[in-house]
Design a protein around this ligand. Structure first.
Ligand code: BG6
Length: 507
């Protein structure tokens, strides 16, 4: 047992024997992420000894059909080549329940399968977990039916069964509040696990280690020493075949409201007492509450949106957003969003937080760059002094996961000349083992009942409270939107958010 409460918090809960029901059991997310994650957990011996998998969706299929398709998906998308023995054991007794999510018969079917598993388990009470990997319109429908069929209760543990809800959790503040109401009218908050897959990423969790396992950063982690913070989640891919979803969502809802706000919270929060779910989430909510939602007439000066135009991607010519299949010609959906936010509390008052995300930018990179203030007095002559750069700490989430710190160093020679050098830590070289995928950690934690890496109801609403005025102001402002060339750094307009002393980092 470790003596560090921060570390202990993560490991303290055992995994209960569980039957997992995936709604949308062979959808894109299930195939690419959830099933491979289950395989890798099985491979590592992390699943409980008794673990059952049930898939459900409208597709008519036999259990055997589900087994074969799940195996194919795992072979295609698993981070490690599957061992056929482990794969066969994992999928040996899978079940498929076919039907529409609004059809009560589906829930009778699921209830029957779960009871069979209970019988097999004998004296052992199986926990149940329902994973909602469906279009968001179905979330309230499924939750309602689970309640009507009594599937929200099982055994004597009040935190069983678990319900895991994929993003997006609402599309506006009002819809998020409504969804919370519906979910919490059936399940208790302790049973609910709202997914933000960024929280499952090793590098995102490393921010907790980085901030709270190292004493050296705390004294400078505030407005006295930090000039600005820049959070970038750039992607080089376009929207692919997701026009239906993406054109309704846009960059702000797709990535800023959830993933980027989570990064901001982890960066800004006060040290929690331990890594218990409530301790961490209480601190994150305080950060969100310290960000004042903009008034409609402030939006134009703190937020920029744009759409990609034709350009290049992966060395080839690619179409603009409006030319993508199934995107309406007059769409005003943003594929790029940049914001300047302020966390108005004692620690952060006056420090601008610049956030930007976009599809079809020059490369994929997710990073947080913390720029420190310049030294208060330049003791060097003009030549050396003019090349001094403020220290910059860059936490790279992906790719090339790591941390780098820029320092001013003397260039060898007889004169005092200074240039920035990088001190680097890279995951790939510091640790030999491959990092688990985000979904492995999250599925495991949901089964364990550890909600630290999941979004709490008030947290989801607090995120929306900040984004809502921006979403609605943009919806009320006619287009066309500024354009940026695919494969570029993004729209020139984003520069308007920066103070004179700040500049966007090169993507
Ligand atoms: C998803 C968004 O939540 O995150 C996608 O819907 C985006 O549009 C993806 O591509 C990015 O995730 P990651 O893990 O590749 O950074």
């Amino acid at each position: 047992m470790t003596e560090n409460p921060l570390v202990e918090g993560l490991e303290r809960l055992p995994v209960h024997p569980t039957a997992l029901v995936i709604f949308g059991g062979l959808g894109d997310l299930a195939k690419r992420k959830l099933l491979p994650a289950l395989y890798n957990l099985a491979h590592e011996g992390a699943l409980p000894e008794r673990f059952h998998l049930v898939g459900t969706s409208r597709s008519e299929m036999t259990d055997e059909g589900f087994r074969e398709e799940a195996a194919d998906a795992i072979r295609e998308f698993s981070r490690r080549e599957p061992d056929e023995t482990v794969l066969t054991a994992l999928l040996a007794d899978v079940r498929w329940v076919a039907g529409s999510f609004d059809d009560p018969a589906v829930y009778d079917g699921i209830g029957k399968v779960l009871s069979e598993f209970d019988e097999q388990a004998g004296a052992l009470t199986l926990n149940r977990a329902f994973y909602l990997s469906t279009a968001p319109d179905f979330f309230p429908v499924i939750v309602g039916h689970l309640g009507d069929h009594g599937l929200h209760e099982h055994g004597s543990n009040p935190t069983h069964p678990r319900i895991i809800i994929e993003k997006p959790f609402g599309t506006t503040l009002a819809s998020a509040i409504d969804l919370n109401k519906r979910v919490l009218s059936v399940f208790s908050e302790q049973q609910v696990f709202r997914i933000d897959h960024y929280l499952g990423k090793e590098t995102v969790q490393n921010m907790l280690a980085f901030r709270f396992a190292n004493r050296m950063f705390e004294p400078v982690w505030n407005r006295d020493h930090i000039q600005s913070v820049q959070i970038t989640a750039a992607e080089d891919i376009g929207i692919g075949s997701r026009a239906g979803y993406y054109d309704e969502a846009g960059a702000l809802r797709d990535l800023v409201q959830n993933h980027m706000m989570q990064l901001l919270c982890l960066l800004c929060m006060e040290p929690p007492i331990d890594l218990g779910a409530d301790e961490v989430r209480n601190e994150k909510v305080k950060v969100l509450k310290a960000i004042r939602p903009p008034a409609p007439d402030e939006v134009a000066s703190m937020a920029v949106r744009a759409q990609y135009a034709a350009g290049s991607g992966g060395g080839e010519a690619v179409p603009g957003y409006l030319q993508e299949a199934d995107v309406p010609q007059d769409s005003n959906t943003e594929t790029y969003a940049a914001l300047r936010l302020h966390v108005q509390n004692w620690r952060w008052a006056g420090v601008p937080f610049y956030l930007r995300t976009g599809k079809r930018l020059s490369r994929k990179v997710t990073e947080i760059a913390v720029t420190l203030k310049p030294v208060p007095h330049v003791a060097f002559g003009d030549l050396a002094g003019s090349t001094l750069q403020p220290n910059q700490l860059v936490l790279t989430m992906q790719p090339n996961e790591g941390v780098s710190l820029s320092l001013g160093a003397k260039i060898p020679g007889t004169r005092m000349r200074i240039r920035p050098v990088q001190m680097e830590f890279q995951y790939g070289t510091a640790f030999v083992s491959q990092s688990p995928e985000a979904y492995e950690r999250l599925i495991m934690d949901a089964m364990r009942g550890d909600a630290t890496l999941f979004t709490r109801n008030d947290e989801a609403e607090a995120q929306w409270r900040i984004m809502d005025p921006i979403v609605s102001t943009w919806e009320d402002t006619p287009g066309p939107l500024p354009q940026y060339e695919a494969g570029s750094q993004g729209p020139a307009e984003a520069a308007s958010l920066l103070r004179e002393i700040d500049s966007w980092r090169r993507i």
